[in-house]
Design a protein around this ligand. Structure first.
Ligand code: URA
Length: 459
């Protein structure tokens, strides 16, 4: 026990934190312990996170800690303590006064993953409230908040009160962590993005679950991405992350299940913030790409079943497709955008969203079947174009990215476009093209369309 209470009494983190007990364990000693592979105690993890939240532990120490965790890993107990400490770094919402069932979905991060934009209004139309705390781009993966901020006026930094009001009125709200909700994760998430410490199972699990448990959802569905464009490259790693998250959910009385989904090629046909909003809008209008719609329906169905709204995947799929066909999900999306201060006109007329000054096709050198579209290379090219960050406080360019991306299994003729690159700077465009040189593999032999759903993990 390393905490000394002011009144001489040793006590738990909550009491220590709220009443100002002193910690006599220096941050560097905690970092050294983790560096040397020694299991940390609950008090050590809580005191480090409390210090990071209030600014007494600086970014350089937290970066070292994140790298030590990345290299050494964490036991399940440590991961659960880290989740708890980050969850308790801010408020924990009580939304039990909203009588409808509450469900959320979170992705571990992928390329072209705009599922949340389609799923939140879709599930809300089925009578389930979706309180969604999302993140920004992380590593090479895109972030839901960055995508939404390409809609003029859309506010992702609501107060808790505003968030609750929107949830009650429209049934779904997507915003970021605030100073009030899981602020430790907000800081650590941005730090990990630029310190090479993203693909760590305990750090990802604690990051996701701290904000999801703080938002007060009844149930949770995880989309654990697996493949070249994901943090988990193998099915084995993805399953381990899924099991860790599902177990943390169960221990916190938040029933959680997970789908492991393919992220070897980008999801849908666009990557880049405004471009992905356009594709999400098209999907809500019933004209989206098949894989995006299929994955959204699968994840939404999990949420409807977990909340008891539907009893089978078939029943859920019928209900969900009805919301798209009737236009209800599209109208719900516009309602959410409007309540967040965004422009519904930009949704009705997506040509008014930010667009890039240079648009150039990347064409096929030969005829054949597409056997690979490397999501990692596409993701890196988009970062180079300016769609993601290289430093914590860097601005991003919402207009740039890639659209009209071919899919594995399709046939292309020689000189047929494989994708359309959107850039605002010639040097960046040249660098992106160099990265994309081998991203698409073409063969005489047909490759089947890969399965989207690779596994399902539940308790
Ligand atoms: N999503 C999160 O919220 N955190 C991570 O670390 C990865 C994906």
């Amino acid at each position: 026990m390393y905490l000394i209470a002011q009144n001489g009494q040793l006590n738990s983190f909550d009491i220590y934190h709220k009443r100002g007990y002193l910690a006599c364990m220096l941050p560097q000693w905690i970092i050294e312990k983790k560096r040397d592979g020694v299991e940390l105690s609950e008090e050590e993890i809580h005191s480090l996170i409390a210090g990071y939240t209030d600014g007494t532990v600086p970014d350089y120490q937290m970066s070292a800690f994140a790298m030590a965790v990345f290299m050494r890993g964490m036991t399940f107990a440590e991961t659960a303590f880290l989740t708890d400490a980050m969850m308790k770094s801010g408020d924990i919402l009580d939304i039990s006064h909203i009588s409808k069932p509450k469900a959320d979905k979170h992705s571990t991060g992928g390329i072209g993953d705009k599922v949340s934009l389609v799923l939140a209004p879709l599930v809300a139309c089925c009578g389930v409230v979706v309180p969604m705390l999302s993140g920004r781009g992380l590593g090479i993966t895109g972030g839901t908040l960055d995508k939404l901020e390409s809609i003029p006026g859309y506010r992702t930094n609501l107060s808790t009160r505003e968030f609750l009001k929107i949830l009650q009125k429209c049934g779904c709200s997507i915003m970021g962590q605030t100073a009030e909700l899981a602020p430790a994760d907000k800081k650590l998430y941005a730090l990990r993005d630029v310190t090479g410490t993203v693909p760590s199972i305990p750090l990802i699990a604690a990051s996701i679950m701290s904000k999801k448990l703080a938002e007060g959802t009844d149930v949770l569905t995880l989309d654990v991405k697996c493949g070249k464009g994901a943090f988990m490259k193998t099915l084995e790693q993805a399953r381990e992350l899924a099991r860790t998250i599902v177990e943390i959910g169960a221990r916190s009385n938040t029933p959680t299940n997970a789908l492991v989904t393919d992220m070897n090629q980008p999801l849908g046909r666009t990557v880049g913030n405004a471009l992905e909003v356009v594709e999400a809008v098209e999907t809500l209008r019933g004209n989206g790409s098949t894989d995006l719609l299929e994955e959204t329906i699968e994840l939404s169905a999990e949420m409807l079943i977990l909340t008891g709204t539907c009893h089978s995947k078939g029943e859920a799929a019928v209900l969900l497709k009805k919301q798209i066909d009737s236009g209800a999900a599209y109208e719900k999306f516009k309602e959410m955008i409007t309540l967040h201060g965004g422009s519904p006109q930009a949704i009705d007329k997506t040509s008014t969203l930010p667009s890039a000054s240079i648009q150039t096709f990347f064409s096929s050198p030969k005829a054949g079947y597409i056997v690979e579209v490397n999501a990692e290379q596409v993701g890196r090219a988009c970062i180079v174009l300016g769609a993601g960050r290289k430093a914590v406080d860097e601005d991003i360019d919402h207009a740039v990215g890639i659209s009209k991306i071919v899919k594995v299994g399709e046939w292309v003729e020689r000189d047929q476009p494989l994708m359309l690159i959107h850039a605002n700077d010639q040097t960046r465009l040249n660098n992106a093209v160099a990265l994309l040189k081998d991203a698409v593999q073409i063969s005489d032999k047909e490759a089947g369309v890969p399965s989207l759903i690779l596994d399902r993990i539940s308790i």
